[in-house]
Write a protein that binds this ligand. Structure first.
Ligand code: TK8
Length: 334
């Protein structure tokens, strides 16, 4: 009897050891992604992040948990990028404008009226040109996954209906923290102020700035009509977002989990573009009920285009004339 009990104990111990060893070999380490954005939880950006989270958690069988933070809870675009660089946050999704001070070539997307249509933007962003720019982010400790869409930027203000560049003369316009945006509005005669997105609503509420520029969905869903009475469909810049992950975190993921994260990024990109375009069209119409929305004639829009063209010359060296030419050539290929 004693021999039988001893055999049972030995078998139980060795079975437990084999199971533990098996677990370790299958790489069952768990990971948590903390993802922060600037827009609120009604935005197409946040809805796309929820989809990204669902796909990653499902396909990794829970080995990756994604925690979402919206409305600049973790900081503004620049601060969250710096947190990725320090390894204190895993993901964020800034506009490309705040990236340009880190990687000057990203200023290409701040050139006014660069993309005639959103489809032209998709074609360039998803080409080798866009991928090369994403790859450059690795030099600053960030892995660019894919481009999402912020959209065409339109002017709002609390002073007057704007139909020509002359109408913005002296207007205090908030811009993203990017010198090209400042110079573009100075070229139109405005008095621009760079400011983090999270400070914008209160700055408009207190009259620190008269106006700002963002896509229709952002203008409506961030309640800007509460502090802005006028809008103009300038569409002066097409803003991409970059869905990005800390390079150090990415390098620490097993290859199978890297594939799951990238696949979720691509699926959520396609959803994001479709949803964002639907929102921007839908909310432009809703804004007409609560704001004076000026829809520029072709001639009026041409006046804005010619007013900001000096920006191309001034920043060609910063961005690289070859890159500018390559993008314009790529668009012409379509
Ligand atoms: C949100 C920003 C915002 C951008 C801006 O994080 O700052 O005006 O258009 O969407 O990236």
């Amino acid at each position: 009897m004693k021999k039988f009990l001893l055999l049972v104990v030995v078998l139980l111990i060795s079975g437990t050891m084999l199971f533990a060893e098996g677990q370790a070999d299958s790489g069952e380490e768990n990971f948590t992604i903390t993802a922060g954005i600037g827009l609120n939880d009604k935005s197409a950006q946040y809805e796309s992040l929820v989809l990204f989270k669902d796909i990653v958690e499902k396909n990794s069988d829970g080995r990756i948990t994604v925690e979402l933070y919206h409305s600049s809870q973790l900081g503004d675009d620049r601060e969250m990028m710096e947190a990725l660089q320090r390894g204190e946050q895993e993901m964020t999704c800034p506009s490309t404008a705040p990236i340009a001070p880190f990687v000057p070539e990203f200023g290409i997307f701040d050139l006014p009226f660069l993309f005639p249509t959103a489809e032209d933007a998709d074609y360039v962003l998803d080409s080798e040109i866009g991928q090369n720019l994403l790859d450059e982010l690795s030099d600053i400790g960030i892995k660019g996954l894919v481009y999402w869409e912020n959209g065409y930027r339109n002017l709002t203000n609390s002073v007057r209906a704007v139909r020509t560049p002359a109408d913005v003369k002296g207007m205090k316009v908030r811009t993203m923290e990017n010198p090209m945006h400042l110079d573009a509005w100075r070229a139109m005669g405005a008095n621009p102020t760079p400011m983090a997105f999270g400070e914008l609503f209160s700055a408009m509420q207190q009259g620190v700035v008269d106006g700002q520029e963002n896509p229709w969905g952002t203008i409506y869903l961030q309640n800007f009509p509460e502090v802005q009475g006028f809008a103009t469909d300038t569409g002066h810049v097409y803003s991409p977002f970059v869905l990005m992950i800390a390079q150090s975190f990415w390098d620490g993921l097993p290859a199978d989990l890297q594939d799951i994260v990238m696949d979720a990024a691509v699926q959520s990109r396609d959803h994001n573009r479709e949803l964002n375009r639907r929102y921007n069209a839908e909310y432009m119409e809703k804004l007409k009920d609560v704001m004076t929305v000026v829809e520029l004639t072709a001639d009026q829009k041409a006046q804005f285009q010619s007013a900001v063209m000096p920006v191309y010359d001034k920043y060609a060296d910063v961005i690289g004339q070859d890159l500018i030419d390559a993008v314009i050539k790529k668009i012409a290929e379509r």
